[in-house]
Design a protein around this ligand. Structure first.
Ligand code: 3PG
Length: 209
């Protein structure tokens, strides 16, 4: 049986967007987020260490649900699946990514920021979409507007989501989670300030719409 969709496997409706400079930080970072109640981790491919970070978290932190972010090229879907990623996010919509994810059997959440992209993704069977960059695309009013024509779709807004505004997003029935980088500040990772990251995760996990 295939795993239930990502939206049903979250411990809290918040997904940190993680940029790792040094793969050695991946496991303690993942444990710090888990300790704060956040289990789904989007590790971006923005740095060369990203793929190795996914591999280490998948191998060493079994309670985490690790996925890949910033997937932009079809070949990356095989690489992240082989590394152990349970899901993959893209900042944008590209049909070839959707096809590659289906071929690899990895759950794929494409990014959209217009109704046309949303229709293209929905017509390929996607029901969970990333709204990116959410604040620039129109934020909460845009998601409310999208609920009219696209009532069956669910969104994960990222880009400009913060601890302060996340509850407004989560209050919308068509939002299944929010994502963002505020949970894993670069200076906290560089300084290996894991307690600070656990505290940020706890605060975010406690927020409800
Ligand atoms: C993403 O890829 O989702 C964004 O880079 C996260 O945006 P943020 O830094 O505004 O949270």
């Amino acid at each position: 049986a295939s795993a239930p969709p990502l939206a049903d496997r979250l411990s809290a409706p918040v997904i940190p967007v993680i940029v790792v400079a040094d793969a050695a930080d991946a496991v303690p970072l993942a444990r710090a987020l888990l300790a704060g109640g956040v289990r789904a981790l989007e590790v971006t491919l923005r740095t060369p260490a990203g793929l190795e970070a996914i591999r280490r978290i998948a191998a060493e932190v079994p309670d985490a649900l690790v996925g890949a972010g910033t997937v932009t090229r079809p070949a990356e879907l095989r690489a992240v699946r082989q590394a152990g990623a349970a899901f993959a996010f893209s900042p944008g919509w590209a049909p070839e990514l959707s096809d590659a994810a289906r071929d690899e059997g990895i759950e794929f959440v494409p990014g959209v920021m217009t109704p046309s992209e949303t229709m293209a993704a929905a017509n390929r069977g996607h029901r969970a979409l990333k709204l990116f960059p959410a604040s620039v695309a129109g934020g909460v009013p845009m998601l409310k507007a999208m609920a009219g024509p696209f009532a069956e779709l669910r969104f994960c807004p990222t880009g400009g989501v913060t601890q302060e505004n996340m509850a407004q997003y989560l209050a919308l029935p068509n939002v299944f989670a929010v994502g963002g980088s505020w949970l894993t500040p670069a200076d906290a990772i560089a300084g290996r300030d894991w307690p600070r990251i656990t505290a940020l995760a706890e605060r975010a996990a406690a927020a409800r719409g």
